[in-house]
Design a protein around this ligand. Structure first.
Ligand code: C5P
Length: 400
């Protein structure tokens, strides 16, 4: 069976030099069984002609918001309803910025606003433009709204630079379009993951922290994304690469993590608290470096809010998953924690010296929910995360 059989795919081509590749993309989409219609922005028509795209798509190419020939003069609504998926390729820096701001002042942006179809963006731009924080912020905000992102690739660019910013190869793009229709175990689900340690500052150069590497949380964010979820990762300081396709907010302290969670929790279906959040913070954070003086030094600590309990206690709380790292009595302590925090599920592991737990690449978990439990045996955190995501989505769906 062709990957895109019987699917109506709307391709929006925007003003990037990579637009010259779109006739080939359209041809391949049709080879996979898709019915393709193309919308060109005015900038895109500087790089590729409507005539070429009309020839390869077999459909008239649309460019104007106000088109007398469109059904009742409302072409954007007609196309928004027709599309099973909207693919924006190549997506220029300017277009991504416009879309993230909710623009609806031309045919293509109006369609994106009016459609309920999944949207896939394939960015293509110069390396510096890709790395600019405006681009990152715009993409993060689109991803939080459920837009999927494919690429960009790294390599030589039309501008002579070498690096990230190339439009992904056609095969990769086709795979991502097909994935929009493959309901993974977490398709249409919005997931928030917290990961990593927190830093509780004593003065500008000293802080309290813990050994968490963030590996488990990042692996969970990646696995949830692969399973089709729309994922936000709230991360403490780590050395890890953010997973592709996941919107990331970086924070430092527990209080910042709490604000970030609260600000983004609306509409989240599943909250996975994997971060090793500091339970306490110094009562006073000195604005200047503290000088050595007396022979002893006391630090008064005050408690941080329990983020997970806070989320579990919300009206319309999402499905909540916590972690428990224990050194003994795993089952009893984990179950107590689940009850005390009022959460739906807890993944517990024994912290010992056999290479599992904090900072290691492998882990082993016992997961408890309701009166049930499952052991996920020792394996890489990547594999473990995929198993845990499958289990979470199953229990979550049963809870609906
Ligand atoms: O109580 P304890 O710290 O052992 O609980 C661990 C679980 O609670 C983890 O899921 C962790 O992410 C979460 N937690 C939290 N906010 C805190 C402390 C822990 O969300 N302040």
């Amino acid at each position: 069976m062709n990957k895109l059989a019987f699917k109506n795919c709307l391709l929006i081509v925007t003003g990037s030099i990579a637009a010259y590749k779109t006739p080939d993309i359209v041809r391949r989409m049709r080879d996979e069984g898709a019915e393709v219609r193309v919308v060109l922005t005015s900038a895109a028509s500087e790089f590729v002609t409507p005539l070429v795209l009309q020839a390869v798509s077999g459909n008239e190419v649309r460019q104007d918001l106000f088109d007398q020939k469109a059904e009742a003069g409302m072409g954007h609504i007609e196309l928004a309803r027709w599309a099973d998926a909207i693919v924006i390729a190549p997506a220029s820096a300017d277009y991504i910025a416009k879309l993230s701001k909710g623009a609806a002042d031309d045919l293509s942006t109006a369609i994106c606003r009016a459609s309920e179809a999944p949207i896939l963006i394939a960015p293509a731009m110069n390396l510096q433009m890709w790395e600019n924080s405006f681009t990152k912020e715009a993409l993060d905000s689109l991803m939080k709204k459920g837009v999927c992102v494919c690429g960009p690739d790294s390599g030589s660019q039309a501008c002579g630079e070498v690096g990230l910013g190339r439009l992904v190869e056609a095969e990769v793009l086709l795979e991502s379009i097909a994935n929009l229709f493959n309901a993974g175990s977490m398709a249409q689900i919005r997931v928030m993951v917290t990961a990593g340690p927190t830093r509780e500052y004593i003065d500008p150069v000293r802080y309290l922290t813990n050994q968490s590497s963030g590996k488990m949380g990042y692996a969970l964010a990646r696995a949830a994304c692969e399973a089709g979820a729309n994922v936000i990762l709230i991360s403490g300081p780590t050395n890890l690469e953010p997973p592709k396709g996941v919107g990331v907010e970086y924070i430092s302290s527990a209080s910042e993590m709490e604000s970030s969670v609260v600000n983004n929790i609306r509409d989240i279906d599943i909250f996975i608290a994997c971060a090793a959040v500091s339970d306490y913070r110094p009562e006073i954070e000195s604005s200047q470096k503290i000088k050595k003086s007396a022979s002893t030094f006391s630090l008064k600590l005050i408690p941080n809010k329990d983020i997970l309990s806070g989320v579990a206690g919300l009206t319309n709380a999402p499905f909540t998953v916590g972690f428990a790292a224990e050194t003994e009595k795993l089952e009893r302590y984990a179950k107590d924690k689940m009850t005390k925090k009022g959460i739906d599920m807890i993944a517990a592991n024994l912290v010992d010296n056999d290479g599992t737990g904090f900072n290691s690449d492998d882990n082993e978990l016992t997961v408890f929910w309701r009166d049930k439990s499952r052991i996920l045996e020792k394996q890489s955190k990547e594999k473990l995360a995929r198993k845990l995501v499958t289990l979470i989505s199953k229990v979550y769906r049963e809870s609906l």
